[in-house]
Design a protein around this ligand. Structure first.
Ligand code: ADP
Ligand code: ZN
Ligand code: ZN
Length: 707
């Protein structure tokens, strides 16, 4: 045996307490194990599967306490070290452990410790890795002799592709193309060129949600005609294992996936696309709070490869980076099909107090203008999308006598009135809290005063569907929201009927806003755009503009001119002016000016410390204490301290939704004009937080997108 070889391995595990854990290498593995290898290790009285990050001559802890690796994971491939570096980078940036990011991204099926104790003593091996490889093989049978050709590119697309072709090495391009400009064709042509230039390389396409764009994967596969792995959280475990392993072993040349796909090992990664880069689903809303878009950029940078971010309404962060020349800006301003952009009308909404008795047959919630447009559209045999970002029947139930409201017992929110999927006349409805999922029966009388006169206030998608069905009995109406989507196959079926022209009016939430290209959809009615207008979050207008642009972009993509009616009580709000003009750049530039004035991101950088406890006072108390500790830290000068970048600590406040499922939540915002200063501070601060949390649970989020 080589006496030089290290006898310890630092192993990555999904445990928050340390970056890696030291284990002794068994004699029969010395000189064989390397970084990227999978090992089975003892953890308390269990076994866990981890990844070796580093070999060491001596352990970081007392050698007597170091336990021995049980054995290598049978059948597992050595993972590439760039993947380990990605984990290390992300952990440093998001102030978590690399194992908390990387290990959960490995499919569960591939990180089951082998049965029967020690792997080397097993008799009949379970072969998870072999199964996964065979499964991917069989899924790739659909590949054809040649790739399906695409349409001839438009001038806009040609110009974008020419700009992309000229780049070598790391380069970030922001593709800002209006809805329908054919961004997907640009991605496909570019990726296809990258794949044909070198028969070994892999490419990664990140998308916000695969379930909502079921055609995308098929289209990409047909056009690129290469083994293609798909990764998202709603897959069956066996499929996920098959696809992930193909990505990790370089057998999948194309990986299409949602946020978690950015954490897939891809040893020969050569190009990345992030579609709809502004979409908030790229940010994980739980610990560890990473941004897949930002990690994709970091990954491209580390691998020295090009990346394209695409959107009709880029995030202000990306728009700003493009403005400063950090990204190159590629714009596409014409629709690829030659269709014109939809004509947008802002329709003032007057809330009529009395619901019943609509004189001209216009259903509640619709203006006469919008309803007349729907009838014209129906007469032309075209389709209408009615957009309302509120599922259920009515957002709250109230007592007409005493003002009682259907408050959730455990949340600072109302329980929402829902029509039951199967209910009889007596119990057609129930109350559901959208935050903790608790349900209750609809009371027959007011629980407070006993009055029988309970009123459903406001309207959700179920009620709109019902009102339309009453007003337009001959018309084929369908609904799509998360309640419908819960039924297996329901989303696919709705989209199939919609694309097949079997639906005249589709009512739905933002599930309908994204990426769909429905040929005969001519009219979009946005019932109530106001929810997001006066949001407490400074990103409210940016979000609303992006959402309205997306949903408006569904209208008239092919034949004739699309029309969009946006109903609002605040028709003179500047966000609507920009929408009418289809002018994202001036809107974004104006918002950036406001952000600069107010020292908000992207001109400063944020982190949020959130605390949860049974009592709000406890959570706030913890944050107050944490703030005091932070002030002490900031007062202690260090060689690295930079007065210009000194973080500002805001006061702790209850979160906008202060209580969920009986847990109170509070937050403290930290802001700094300097990223390095912010991170240096967070590193020091985080170390102190661990020690005095008591009963409070806390989380640190870097670059929060919701405040
Ligand atoms: P975006 O993602 O920019 O909104 P898509 O990529 O969905 O746009 O393209 C919009 C529509 O235009 C699709 O129906 C697509 O098939 C079509 N399309 C894209 N490029 C071309 C082209 N070069 N010639 C003809 N049709 C095109
Ligand atoms: Zn009452
Ligand atoms: Zn609740």
């Amino acid at each position: 045996m080589n006496s030089q070889s290290p006898t310890y391995a630092a192993v990555l595990l999904d445990v928050p307490i340390a970056a890696a854990f030291d284990y002794r290498i068994p004699a029969d593995q010395e000189g064989r194990l390397a970084a990227g290898d999978w090992v089975v290790v003892p953890w308390a009285r269990q076994q866990r599967v981890g990844i070796v990050v580093e070999l060491r001559g001596r352990p970081a802890i007392d050698a007597a306490r170091v336990r021995e690796i049980i054995g290598p994971m049978p059948g597992a491939p050595r993972l590439d070290t760039a993947w380990l570096s990605l984990g290390a980078f992300a952990a440093g940036y998001y102030h978590c452990q690399p194992g908390e990011l990387l290990i959960p991204a490995i499919p569960k099926r591939l990180r089951r410790p082998p049965p029967g104790g020690e792997p080397k003593r097993r008799t009949r091996p379970r072969d998870d890795f072999g199964d996964a490889r065979r499964r991917f093989e069989s899924l790739q049978k659909g590949l054809r002799a040649t790739a399906e050709p695409g349409p001839p590119v438009t001038d806009d697309q040609r110009a974008a592709l020419a700009a992309l072709a000229s780049g070598r090495g790391y380069h970030c391009s922001l593709l800002n193309g209006i809805t329908g400009s054919g961004k997907t064709e640009v991605y496909l042509n570019w990726l296809s060129d990258v794949l044909s230039a070198d028969p070994h390389v892999q490419v990664l396409l990140l998308v916000p949600e695969i379930a909502l764009t079921p055609h995308l994967a098929g289209r990409v596969q047909a056009r690129l005609n290469q083994p293609c792995a798909i990764l998202h959280s709603a897959m069956r475990e066996t499929d996920r294992a098959a696809h992930w392993l193909a990505a990790a072993e370089g057998r999948a040349r194309v990986v299409i996936g949602t946020r978690l796909a950015v954490l897939a090992p891809m040893p020969r990664l050569a190009a990345i696309v992030v579609d709809e880069e502004h979409d908030t689903s790229f940010k994980q809303q739980e610990h560890p709070h990473y941004s897949a878009r930002d990690l994709a950029i970091a990954r491209a940078h580390a691998a020295d490869i090009p990346i394209v971010l695409g959107s009709a309404t880029p995030s202000l962060e990306s728009w700003h980076a493009a403005g400063r020349g950090r990204y190159s800006l590629l714009r596409m301003t014409h629709r690829a099909t030659g269709a014109a952009l939809p004509e947008i009308r802002i329709v003032p909404l007057r809330e009529s107090g009395a619901a019943p008795g609509q004189p001209r047959g216009t259903p509640e919630g619709f203006t006469d203008e919008a309803f007349a447009a729907m009838q014209e559209t129906l007469a032309e045999g075209a389709q209408t999308l009615v957009f309302l970002n509120r599922r259920g029947f009515a957002p709250v139930l109230s007592c007409g006598h005493c003002g009682w409201l259907s408050q959730c017992d455990d949340c600072s929110a109302y329980r929402v009135l829902h029509r039951r999927a199967r209910g009889n006349a007596r119990n057609r409805f129930m109350l559901i809290c959208h935050h903790c999922a608790s349900t209750s029966a609809v009371p027959e009388r007011c629980p407070n005063c006993g009055d029988p006169d309970l009123i459903a206030l406001g309207r959700g998608t179920q009620r709109i569907e019902e009102l339309l069905a009453q007003a337009l009995p001959q018309v084929r109406i369908a609904r799509l929201d998360r309640d419908v989507a819960r039924r297996v196959g329901a989303t696919e079926s709705v989209f199939e009927r919609l694309h097949g022209g079997e639906i005249d009016i589709i009512v739905g939430t933002q599930m309908l806003a994204k990426g769909h290209d429905v040929r005969r959809l001519a009219l979009v009615v946005v019932l109530d755009a106001d929810g997001a207008l006066f949001s407490s979050d400074f990103r409210g207008p940016e979000r609303l503009f992006a959402m309205l642009t997306q949903v408006a972009g569904r209208a008239g993509r092919h034949d004739g001119r699309g029309r969009v009616f946006v109903q609002t009580r605040f028709a003179s709000h500047p966000v609507f002016g920009a929408l009418l003009a289809h002018d994202y750049p001036s809107f974004a530039n104006r918002l950036l000016d406001e952000r600069r004035e107010a020292s908000l991101p992207p001109f400063t950088h944020h982190a949020i410390l959130r605390a949860q406890s049974a009592e709000l006072g406890e959570a706030l108390g913890f944050l107050t204490e944490a703030r005091r500790g932070a002030q002490t830290l900031l007062e202690t000068p260090t060689p690295a301290s930079n007065p210009a970048g000194t973080p500002i600590l805001y006061y702790p406040v209850p979160m906008p939704l202060a209580r969920i499922a009986g847990v109170s939540r509070a937050q403290l915002l930290v802001e700094s004009p300097s990223r390095p200063a912010l991170h240096a501070f967070l590193r020091a601060w985080r170390a102190r937080l661990d020690t005095d949390a008591g009963r409070v649970r806390w989380q640190l989020e870097v670059d929060p997108i919701e405040i």
